[in-house]
Design a protein around this ligand. Structure first.
Ligand code: PGA
Length: 360
């Protein structure tokens, strides 16, 4: 009879903390939530499940987890569940449909992705050196990497950086180009083969007055033009201290959700960047970041779909560096990083990319 490991159960509780008010649960503990009896079940490594149980007195924690035993043999290397595994788990749940009334699969299942946001930094000389350093670094982990140089150097960087580096712009205009002095349109990015754009960065929100709605519209326009989006969200220190962190993030997300289709989410990465951690050297603790990432994923589950919630990648950004990345990467809902300062140091950035190997 498989018994879910205690640490795994704890992770489930952490991921679904909001459900249980951060209640600490023992393995296979039964919890009453929303007038239903829930039994927490661990499966292989990373993917975790909760199954709502009907009020059936003969159903016990042991026979519930027994029904999922076969899924334990199908874990994928590194623990990052793939679609096949998830489909198998859904199928197992369906087979046991009389006992399982619903199933929630949590944690990110997408490939780890690290972005380097070079912001408004660099000279031809420093940028050439950075490209050389990145090209000579060894990226050994299974990771997608996206570098966002300043616009004026973007062509130069694109011609210098080798695979696996991809290029992103740091911004683009909200609609078709035209009489918008100083702006760059999504059409231009597409034309110049720039596959990604960062939108809604907190510096653009706070310094350039970009509202949630504006970021939502920009996201949709870029996607419709064929440019993929790293969409940034995050709360200020005052908002965190007022206990508004999740509400702020949800409002920022909602403005995007209101503009895009479910299918569009295949081409969006969410970057959670608490404003108080950006460029301050004050990194969110792994638990603080995980708590928000799990909350965001839960919100996506409720407001978009379970499929999108599981697949969408949520990066953490804010003072990530070569020293703190490995620990942050172990958190189940952290699917990558958006890195500012440390992305200007080739060696440090390569180390951060390789922290993907610690992702569970
Ligand atoms: P930081 O910036 O890593 O320098 O804190 C992150 C960002 O703004 O994307």
């Amino acid at each position: 009879m498989p018994v879910s490991p205690k640490s795994l159960t704890q992770k489930i509780i952490n991921s679904f903390g909001a459900f249980f008010g951060h209640k600490q649960a023992e393995e296979e503990e039964e919890i009453i939530y929303n007038k239903q009896k829930w039994i927490i079940i661990g499966s292989a490594h990373k993917t975790m499940m909760m199954m709502t149980m009907s009020f059936n007195t003969t159903t016990t924690a042991s026979n519930a987890s027994c029904s999922l035993a076969s899924s334990q043999k199908t874990s994928v290397r590194g623990g990052r569940a793939n679609n096949k595994l998830r489909a198998q788990k859904h199928a197992i749940a369906r087979q046991n449909g009389r006992r399982a009334s619903s199933l929630v699969v949590c944690d990110g299942t997408g490939k780890f992705v690290v972005g380097g946001n070079w912001k408004c930094n660099g000279t031809i000389d420093s940028i050439d050196k950075l490209c050389a350093s990145l090209n000579s670094g060894k990226i050994t982990a299974d990771v997608e990497v996206i570098c966002a140089p300043p616009m004026v150097y973007i062509d130069r960087v694109q011609s210098k950086l080798k695979a696996p580096y991809q290029i992103a712009a740091q911004n683009c205009w909200v609609s078709k180009g035209g009489a918008f002095t100083g702006e760059v349109s999504a059409e231009m990015l597409k034309d110049a083969n720039i596959p990604w754009v960062i939108l809604g960065h907190s510096e653009r929100r706070s310094l350039c007055g970009e509202t949630n709605e504006f970021v939502g519209l920009k996201t949709k326009y870029a996607l419709d033009t064929g440019v993929k989006v790293v969409a940034c969200i995050g709360e200020s220190l005052a908002q965190r201290e007022a206990g508004d962190t999740l509400n702020v993030c949800f409002a920022q997300l909602k403005a995007i959700v209101d503009c895009v289709t479910e299918k569009d989410w295949e081409n969006i990465i969410i970057a959670y960047e608490p404003v108080w951690a950006i460029g301050t050297g004050k990194v969110a603790t792994p638990d603080q970041a995980q708590e928000v990432h799990a909350g965001v994923r839960k919100w996506m589950n409720e407001n978009v779909s379970a499929d999108v919630a599981s697949k969408v990648r949520i990066q953490y950004g804010g003072s990530v560096n070569a020293g703190n990345c490995d620990e942050l990467a172990t958190k189940p809902d952290i699917d990558g990083f958006l890195v500012g300062g440390a992305s200007l140091d080739g060696e440090a950035f390569v180390k951060i990319c390789n922290s993907a190997a610690h992702s569970k």
